[in-house]
Design a protein around this ligand. Structure first.
Ligand SMILES: O=C([O-])C(=O)C[C@H](O)[C@@H](O)C(=O)[O-]
Ligand SMILES: [Mg+2]
Length: 419
């Protein structure tokens, strides 16, 4: 079987004004949809970021994959690495840690690898989770991803989610998410308000949802001293504390001083970060993300490596569509040491999707592994065309939460080891 054609289509979908340490989400989230077509009539799907420079890299790499076999994982990886050369992509929002050449190759390879696994599953009559070693869970638990947010985008009417700018707003948002999706754990995106206000919000969540595991993730907005102070103030309240402060050294200092494990999707984002982070005991949980860890197989390998060191996993999420949710679900289902509920932005995408409805659903906060074969999801060509039109019309070509925030609050500074 050979790859005969690859289509890379940028899409946009409405995104609410979610606040984070870098600024605020713009009215449109950008993604790319990858379709890999073979000479045997099978098509595989992948999904990735939608920034223009990333799209250009995807298109450059795609040309090198024509004629190769979708089974030839290492050959495909080498072709992508050759197309990237020494290039380094650094995303503007900085929420997934440092850029590197390795991370750039891995991020470009990822959607092609997912699409090839989709093809391989379809060819063999197996689910992607089966190709990854077989599911160890039938359904993958996700957490409610809570955000401080404005009532609506500036100049637009209030959106259907409403404002959440204080503990009451966060508790109301958590109630809506848990009642609608059945989520069994809660993650608060912090780094937005001064730390004491965020501590108060976590305590309000603890009071309102006594049985649910809680996390807070300020995206490295705090100093080591503040991180230690917050960690101690939330003793017995948090399942884990995610990226309180930047970089492996400071994370190790905090980890030694607080009672709960530290988690990261910022200081360990590529293979070279694992040895120093493990040696310094900087983290207790790794949030894997196949979009920048080189796809599903390479993420599985990282998970196995973490298992050797007794390190459990959770999963990171950016704004995404159903192809990614399917891929995340197959990976998480087939990863034994992924024992924490995964993150997902799905509730914020408000039903917009490029896949045909029905294959993915939340049952008691978990997504049952799609029946397959392959990823088990099908592209909706009309939805793809409509969301591509939205991309063309929205005028955005890269995500920039800081610039959008500054348009409305010119004095805004991104928060990195700030408080
Ligand atoms: O650290 C994280 O979990 C993220 O960066 C997830 C998302 O990017 C989130 O922070 C966002 O979109 O604002
Ligand atoms: Mg995080």
């Amino acid at each position: 079987m050979r790859i005969t054609e690859i289509r890379v289509t940028p899409v946009a979908f409405p995104d609410p004004p979610l606040l984070n340490a870098m600024g605020v989400h713009e009215p449109w989230a950008l993604r790319s949809v990858v379709e890999v077509v073979t000479d045997e009539g099978l098509t595989g799907l992948g999904e990735s970021y939608g920034d223009l420079s990333h799209l250009e890299r995807l298109r450059g790499a795609a040309q090198r994959l024509i004629g190769l076999e979708p089974h030839a994982h290492h050959v495909l990886y080498a072709a992508v690495a050759a197309s990237i050369g020494s290039d380094v992509f650094v995303d503007q929002h900085g929420l997934t840690g440092a850029g590197s050449n390795q991370k750039t190759v891995d991020a470009v390879f990822s959607p092609f690898e997912v699409a090839c696994l989709d093809i391989r599953g379809k060819a063999a009559g197996l689910r992607v989770a089966d190709l990854l070693g077989g599911p160890v869970r039938d359904a993958v638990p996700y957490s409610a991803y809570l955000f401080y947010k404005w009532a609506g985008h500036p100049g637009a009417p209030e959106d259907r989610f409403g404002a959440a700018l204080d503990p009451e707003g966060i508790v109301a948002q958590a109630r809506w998410m848990t009642e609608t999706y059945g989520f069994g754990s809660l993650k608060l995106k912090g780094g937005v308000l001064p730390p004491d206000q965020e501590i108060e919000a976590v305590h309000a969540l603890r009071d309102a949802f006594p049985g649910l595991p809680l996390r807070i993730d300020p995206n490295a907005a705090w100093t080591t001293a503040t991180s230690v102070r917050v960690g101690k103030a939330l003793d017995g309240v948090l399942e884990y504390l995610e990226d309180p402060t930047p970089d492996i050294g400071p994370m190790a200092e905090v980890a030694a001083a607080v009672p709960m494990p530290l988690a990261t999707n910022m200081c360990v984002v590529t293979h070279a970060h694992l040895p120093p982070a493990l040696a310094r005991r900087a983290i207790g949980v790794l949030l894997i993300d196949h979009h920048y860890w080189g796809g599903l197989l390479r993420s599985s390998q990282v998970a196995a490596l973490c298992d050797t060191f007794g390190l459990p996993l959770s999963m990171h999420s950016n704004s995404h569509l159903g192809i990614s949710l399917a891929a995340m679900t197959h990976l998480a289902a087939a990863t034994p040491n992924l024992t924490h509920a995964c993150d997902t932005h799905t509730p914020w995408q408000d039903g917009q999707d490029v896949i045909a409805p029905g294959a993915l659903r939340f049952v008691d906060g978990a997504v049952p592994v799609p029946e397959g074969p392959g990823l088990g999801v099908e592209l909706d060509p009309d939805a793809l065309a409509r969301m591509h039109e939205q991309y063309l019309a929205c005028g955005l070509t890269r995500r920039d939460d800081t610039a959008y925030m500054r348009r409305h609050h010119p004095d805004f500074t991104p928060k990195r080891a700030h408080w």
